[in-house]
Design a protein around this ligand. Structure first.
Ligand code: ADP
Ligand code: ZN
Ligand code: ZN
Length: 817
């Protein structure tokens, strides 16, 4: 009997490929193992065994596999089942899912580039001869392709050698190497607590009258703290008093001064569990009991807890329970909320059991987490991860936590699989009969709706921890302010007043503007022309710092023009504003304070993000200007004021979720204010203070927002009432994409009638020289989703068979965001 195996290849093929194997191989091979297989004329891929059978393919002659790469499966059966669900639900191929799931070091192929592992030096004596040859070659050449290695070893079959080298950590698969960010330690000093009484202080100053230099240092310390109301850095003290660091050191040695570092929660993880979990307050206790009760009846529960209510500590108790039963835990977070702060907080409770799975980590680290999870080892029993960690090889999962469950970044936008990690996690948990807790201060309408329908359990925490008050939210009518000439640039008199007050007290400020750059539109006052991107149908954004015009869709950049390209006039004006302009204005309004900016442009470099957070934590920044990056994961005691520069551009964004999202964004940013005993303040500047969403934000009324938005969703047939699938067509030729989209929409209408909308050009109709058209299919709840997709696939197949349309790219996005 001939033997065959169906292989998932890491490329988007609609079908699996069948290869032939020997009897011996068929006895050894198991589902989920990796094999090296030839593909096309000369390529070699790493594939995953999907099935083993005796049916020869009919359409082609099966090739033989080259090599079995594993002794045990690296992908387990439940995982394969989840991959199949993802592929079928999100209408993509198993190859797409495989690529998203596996760390790149697992997927060796002809195109793979390897280089020496520069993070770690290895003992060369552990290398076998062929391994050494490759390793040695990397001393002369920084990177090698599989093909080069074939030449070096003079054989075709080299993947096993590479795999062994990876396992010995001698080489890396090409990608950015991630190193852990270590914040620079800043030294601070304060007067030792012995001298806190006036009497003791006088005694000290008398005593120091014989050491005038030291006395001067102490007096300078007083004057700096009185002036800045902030912790005093050793370097500032030394500069202002003119004393050398030796003088300061002697004061520290004499216990006159005390030295310390500000590093909230950032103790370097020492490898041990150092803390017991916290005693919950009554609100948290009640919530925990209710969650456990609801888990008895339902697998999924939504926890709606206001910002800073201590949700994380409730999660910690559930995690303790799960790991005490020997179960695995998945803790999902949006990428950007996955900060060092949180990682350290959990490691303090759970030590080495916590593993972090994050796109910023090197492939080695990801492979390590993968095998811990696969082998159900104690290390990695708790996986803290972003989106793709839902695709890890769990085998004993007991609990899934999805924090900030409303975050849109849980949905992958590009490339396929365009999956939603929260929804996929729910399916994953179901496979294991595990419990899922969704947590948010501003739940998605989808989840809240499910809770209302009793599909999910529902638990609330309405108080902030320690009875800290919710910040006071004030709406500032800037239309009126403009009329009465009370604006300075983009700042109202109210905002300036509050900022001045906050800074005087030594507190910090966050200013939110959801656009980066200086100003999004440059316009000629003479002829009205504004510079456009040559590749996209969108105006270029002015970035003052680099004096550039840049496209935020394709990255195109050009020097700022002095005169209008159309008419030559030099009378150019800019409209709208971004973070860069706000930063500039703040700097001139408050020249004596430190201002920083956090957006895509300032956090691009390595650790850009971490550096800004550390500086904020160490109070080196007084005012931080930023985009939505600010909304997540920041927990800083000293921020007392949040300013939202302009609420209107969020509200007016052309998307059916714009209102829901504005509400979530504004409440989340507001949640950064006043996390300690003093009440924080939030100022929202707007042209339309009577907008319902703003009223709902200012009264923190989630339910009112929910009811109103759901009304719209019913009326206009949007999710969560209807499901929807968005089809995007792309081509460089406008006429072609237009004809193709009309054809497609017409065919879809024959099946789905009025539930097909479009084709329509999106607001930015051309991106990277590709014209886009969208078609939307709305699916009533009672209509079978499976049949709907089958019909779409059938129509798509007919579409592909039309010669003219074949080059049009089609993107299917299920549950589009
Ligand atoms: P949320 O996730 O709801 O925004 P967090 O869990 O981050 O809130 O809690 C906010 C702050 O309150 C954190 O600094 C946390 O350490 C503290 N906190 C929460 N619960 C407790 C508790 N039971 N005991 C001590 N501190 C707590
Ligand atoms: Zn002009
Ligand atoms: Zn562009």
């Amino acid at each position: 009997m001939p033997n065959f195996t169906d292989i998932i290849l890491p490329i988007p093929l609609p079908k699996l490929f069948t290869y032939s194997i020997t009897v011996l191989e068929s006895k050894f091979l198991k589902k989920g193992m990796r094999v090296a297989v030839p593909f096309g004329k000369s390529k070699v891929y790493t594939g995953i065994v999907f099935s083993i059978h005796e049916d020869a393919p009919t359409a082609y002659e099966a090739k033989e596999i080259q090599q079995i790469l594993d002794e045990q499966p690296v992908v387990n059966e439940k995982q394969l089942a989840l991959w199949q669900w993802v592929a079928s639900y999100y209408m993509c191929t198993l190859g797409d899912v495989m690529r998203a799931a596996l760390p790149s070091a697992f997927i060796l192929e002809s195109e793979t580039v390897i280089s020496k592992n520069i993070v770690k030096a290895i003992d060369e004596s552990i290398l076998k001869d062929d391994e050494f040859l490759v390793y040695e070659a990397l001393n002369h050449q920084s990177s090698l392709k599989i093909h080069d290695i074939s030449n070096i070893l003079d054989k075709k079959n080299v993947l096993p050698v590479i795999k062994r080298l990876i396992e010995k950590e001698a080489i890396s698969v090409e990608e950015e190497i991630y190193e852990k960010y270590k914040p620079k330690l800043v030294r601070y000093v304060k007067l030792h607590s012995h001298f806190s009484t006036e009497k003791a202080l006088h005694g000290l100053l008398d005593e120091l009258s014989r050491a005038p230099k030291q006395r001067e240092v102490v007096l300078t310390l007083f004057s700096i703290s009185a002036k800045t109301k902030k912790p005093v850095k050793v370097s500032d003290l030394s500069n202002e008093s003119g004393a050398s660091s030796a003088v300061i050191k002697s004061l520290i040695d004499k216990d006159v001064l005390e030295e310390y570092h500000i590093q909230t929660d950032r103790v370097q993880y020492s490898g041990e569990e150092t803390e017991d979990s916290k005693q919950l307050n009554n609100y948290q206790k009640t919530a925990l009991v209710e969650i456990k009760e609801s888990f008895k009846k339902q697998n999924i529960t939504l926890l709606h807890g206001v910002t800073s209510s201590g949700k994380t500590e409730v999660y910690v108790k559930l995690i303790e329970d799960a790991i005490n039963q020997g179960k695995q835990v998945l803790y999902l977070l949006p990428e950007i909320a996955l900060t060092t702060q949180l990682v350290v907080r959990l490691q303090n409770y759970f030590g080495e059991k916590v593993a972090v799975f994050h796109s910023k980590y090197s492939s080695h680290e990801r492979v390590e987490v993968w095998s811990h999870v696969l082998n159900n080892s104690e290390r990695g029993q708790i996986v803290l991860g972003a989106r793709s960690s839902v695709l890890l090889p769990f085998n004993n999962l007991g609990l899934v936590i999805v924090d900030e469950e409303h975050e849109q970044s849980f949905k992958q936008f590009d490339p396929a699989p365009r999956y939603h990690a929260r929804d996929t996690a729910v399916v994953l948990a179901n496979m294991y009969q595990a419990k899922t807790l969704l947590g948010s201060a501003t739940p998605s309408l989808e989840s809240y709706f499910n809770a209302k329908q009793n599909k999910y359990g529902f638990v609330e925490i309405t108080q902030r921890y320690n009875n800290v008050l919710m910040p006071e939210i004030e709406l500032v009518d800037i239309k009126d302010k403009h009329k009465r000439k009370l604006m300075k640039g983009h700042f109202s008199d109210r905002l300036i007043e509050e900022m001045t007050e906050t800074l005087k007290l030594g507190h910090q400020i966050i200013l939110f503007q959801n656009r980066r750059g200086f100003s999004p539109i440059v316009e000629c006052n003479t002829c009205g022309h504004s510079p456009q991107c040559p590749n996209c149908d969108v105006s270029l954004t002015y970035h003052k710092y680099r004096n550039q015009l840049r496209c935020h869709y394709c990255g195109y950049a050009t020097a700022m023009q002095i005169s209008c390209l159309a008419c030559g006039s030099q009378d150019l004006d800019s409209k709208g504003f971004g973070t860069e302009q706000i930063e500039n204005e703040v700097k001139s309004l408050f020249p004596n304070y430190n201002v920083a900016r956090m957006d895509l442009d300032t956090t691009r470099g390595k650790y850009g993000y971490e550096k800004i957070i550390t500086a904020l934590e160490q109070q080196e920044i007084d005012i931080l200007v930023g985009t939505q990056m600010l909304t997540k994961g920041l927990d800083f005691r000293n921020i007392k004021l949040v300013g939202i520069m302009n609420a209107d551009n969020m509200l007016n964004f052309p998307d059916f979720r714009a209102h829901e999202r504005s509400f979530q964004l504004m409440l989340q940013v507001s949640g950064r204010a006043g996390r300690t005993d003093e009440r924080g303040k939030v100022l929202i500047q707007t042209y339309n203070p009577y907008h319902n969403i703003l009223q709902q934000v200012s009264t923190n009324n989630y339910v009112a927002m929910y009811n109103e938005q759901m009304n719209d969703r019913y009326n206009y047939k949007y999710p969560p009432i209807y499901k929807q699938i968005k089809i995007t067509l792309k081509h460089k030729d406008f006429n072609r994409v237009e004809t193709a989209s009309i054809w497609l929409a017409k065919s879809l209408r024959q099946v789905f009638g009025d539930f097909v909308l479009g084709p329509e050009s999106p607001p930015v109709a051309r991106i990277r020289n590709q014209f886009h058209k969208n078609i939307l299919i709305k699916i009533p709840k009672k209509q079978s989703l499976l049949k709907t997709k089958e019909a779409i696939i059938k129509i798509n197949n007919s579409f592909q068979s039309i010669k003219d349309f074949r080059s049009v790219k089609i993107i299917l996005n299920v549950d589009n965001f």
